[in-house]
Design a protein. Structure first.
Length: 254
């Protein structure tokens, strides 16, 4: 069944990770956050909210609808990071106050993309940037490899691709939502982001076994998950694991 973000047992599933330099480079090639105000909607455990501060943002506000996950984020929050409980379509934050609104791995979880995009437009100052990062089905369908083990999930359990196809955004849908809300025509980019670097295969497999930070794994029962872990163990070589995923970035200006 789908992940329950409000279950206290999942409070740290999106914590304890820092954004990689590959993400930093992709973002700063599109915009300059130095001295700006950033709102990270669907911030989860704060991984990318903290990254915006490291990139030079003056103030970052992370918004999430899960109280347990926000509590976990607060335990790691540096100065300059504000955390706010709110819905992506109705944050409760003031209008026209942000230079950048960011949404990573959010839009595939929302039912009304148009409402979420309208809220981002309301939050931004004129000339502000809305940066959406998510996977399209082109990203999902990248073949599995030792650096992209996520692709193997859909080889081992093909039905998971149907789950993704029902929830992943496409270019036309995102473009329509952005322009209907009043944004300029978005630019579209792809990036191979390093999700995490693991010292050894067993550490990576322990995260898979715990379903850490991967909502798709909640679609598997315990026996299926154990089979997946065994299959990944067979396919991955002994030693360090560098896990990369392909993402799409939409960048639009109010």
């Amino acid at each position: 069944m789908p992940v329950d973000f409000h279950d206290p047992g999942n409070a740290r599933t999106y914590s304890d990770r820092d954004a990689d330099s590959s993400w930093n480079q992709a973002v700063t090639s599109l915009l300059d956050p130095r001295g700006h105000t950033v709102i990270d909607i669907g911030c989860g455990g704060g991984t990318y909210a903290r990254a915006w501060l490291r990139l030079g943002a003056e103030v970052v506000t992370g918004v999430d609808s899960s109280a347990p996950i926000l509590d976990a984020a607060r335990s790691d929050a540096p100065p300059g990071l504000q955390l706010h409980l709110g819905d992506a379509a109705a944050t409760g934050l003031p209008a026209d106050g942000a230079d950048i609104v960011f949404a990573r791995a959010l839009v595939h979880h929302v039912r009304d993309l148009g409402a979420v995009v309208l809220e981002a437009h309301r939050l931004l100052r004129p000339g502000g940037h809305y940066l959406v990062q998510d996977r399209t089905m082109d990203d999902v369908d990248q073949p599995g490899s030792v650096e992209h083990p996520r692709g193997w999930l859909f080889e081992v359990f093909p039905r998971l691709r149907q789950v993704e196809a029902a929830r992943r955004p496409d270019h036309a849908g995102v473009h329509t939502a952005l322009t209907a809300a009043g944004f300029d025509t978005p630019t579209v980019h792809t990036v191979w982001e390093v999700r995490r670097r693991y010292d050894d295969r067993e550490t990576y497999l322990a995260e898979i076994a715990a379903r850490t930070g991967r909502s798709i794994l909640h679609e598997l029962d315990d026996d299926e998950l154990a089979h997946l872990v065994a299959e990944l163990h067979r396919r991955l070589p002994v030693g360090p694991v560098l896990e990369r995923d392909r993402w799409t970035l939409w960048c639009a200006v109010r």
